[in-house]
Design a protein around this ligand. Structure first.
Ligand SMILES: [Zn+2]
Length: 369
């Protein structure tokens, strides 16, 4: 994005009725609503959503957590996050390292087997803050999936769809591995993925006999076993968190999440993230906000606006691409990312921009939190 574009974010005065009304509700007699810039507006809109993701983590808890290092930190962070989110050990997803993840992904939630995968190559090298907030992000996807499963009507449909997807994924994996490797090596590969040896043996037998009907039946029967397990898991979630009735006010949102989970294709054929698709999906927007709330708590800052603006200026100083701000600021109204990536400008212009930003930061705002 060009420097002029960013400058306009601060110069342009925005009079947004709905945000102003909401802010006045939160802070009566406020003066901060006067003369909002585009950036203020975006950040206030986020601020208003933050209570939904609040985890009541104290600065002392963050300090204690940061005493841990390496894998211990990751596990302790996971304990703290799941405890604060009220996720019982019986239903929370298990954490796994993955050695064959797409290079662009640091972590991912897999609804098919209810696990969170961390990229073994990249995740350990991230900062503690990054690890903390990414775990929170993936846990939000888990919460979305959990709400789908505990819904009276959509939960039933989810059992069917997850089973179908499970069979499909299993078939694809076997087709690919047995095409790629000789039988002995393929068997070894599946064993390393933790697949049941009895299942592998049966598959190999049918594969050698070229019995495709038998193979289909084998997958179908494994699918029904999977469905049974998933039903058990669903019952546990309902017992733990309660059933969401079909006439609940949450139903439209859960239905939307369910449809999005079924169509998650955020990647271009070249393996790069399709930002437009990614930021337009409600499940991602929700997970990103949860991630931001965790980032805010991790920063131990009191005022959200101060935190958010600091964050923004740090990104400018470090000249990092404004990846996560793309959604709110760098997208044009149609939600299509601008084709030009954020490019650093000569230092003098850059300094001018920072001064502008700092003036903006000095605006007094004391928000309740
Ligand atoms: Zn996500």
């Amino acid at each position: 994005m060009h420097i002029a574009g960013i400058k306009n974010l601060f110069k342009k005065q925005v009079h947004s009725g709905s945000i102003l009304n909401k802010l006045t509700e939160v802070i009566p007699d406020t003066k901060v609503c006067k003369g909002l810039t585009e950036l203020d507006k975006k950040l206030f809109a986020e601020y208003l959503q933050m209570p939904r993701y609040k985890m009541q983590i104290t600065p002392k808890e963050i300090d204690n957590l940061c005493k841990f290092d390496g894998n211990e930190f990751i596990l302790e962070a996971y304990e703290l996050l799941t405890r604060k989110l009220g996720l019982d050990v019986n239903i929370r997803p298990k954490l796994f390292w993955s050695t064959d993840m797409n290079n662009n992904i640091e972590a991912a939630f897999q609804p098919l087997n209810n696990i969170i995968l961390c990229n073994a190559e990249y995740f350990p090298n991230l900062s503690k803050k990054q690890q903390f907030i990414l775990l929170r992000h993936e846990l939000q996807h888990y919460i979305q999936n959990m709400d789908i499963l505990r819904h009276e009507e959509i939960g039933e449909k989810a059992l069917d769809r997850l089973t179908t997807n499970y069979i499909k994924a299993l078939k694809q994996t076997h087709d690919l591995i047995f095409k790629q490797y000789p039988i002995k090596k393929a068997v070894e590969n599946l064993k390393n993925r933790g697949e049941d040896i009895n299942f592998i043996n049966k598959y190999v037998e049918l594969f050698k006999a070229k019995d495709s009907k038998g193979i289909d039946e084998l997958f179908e029967s494994t699918g029904s076993g999977y469905r049974q397990e998933l039903t058990g898991f669903r019952n546990k979630i309902i017992a733990e968190r309660g059933l969401i009735k079909k006439d609940s006010a949450l139903t439209p949102k859960i239905q939307q999440n369910f449809d999005e989970f079924a169509n998650t294709g955020y990647y271009n054929p070249d393996g790069n993230l399709n930002y437009a698709k990614y930021f337009n999906s409600k499940i991602e927007q929700d997970a990103i906000l949860a991630q931001k709330a965790a980032d805010f708590q991790f920063s131990k800052e009191c005022c959200y606006m101060k935190y958010a603006k600091n964050n923004f200026s740090m990104r400018l100083i470090q000249r990092k691409p404004l990846k996560h701000l793309n959604k709110s600021i760098l997208l044009n109204p149609a939600g299509i990312p601008r084709t030009k990536p954020f490019c650093p400008d000569p230092p003098d212009k850059f300094q001018a921009l920072l001064c502008l930003l700092m003036t903006n930061l000095q605006q007094k705002c004391h928000l309740p939190h």
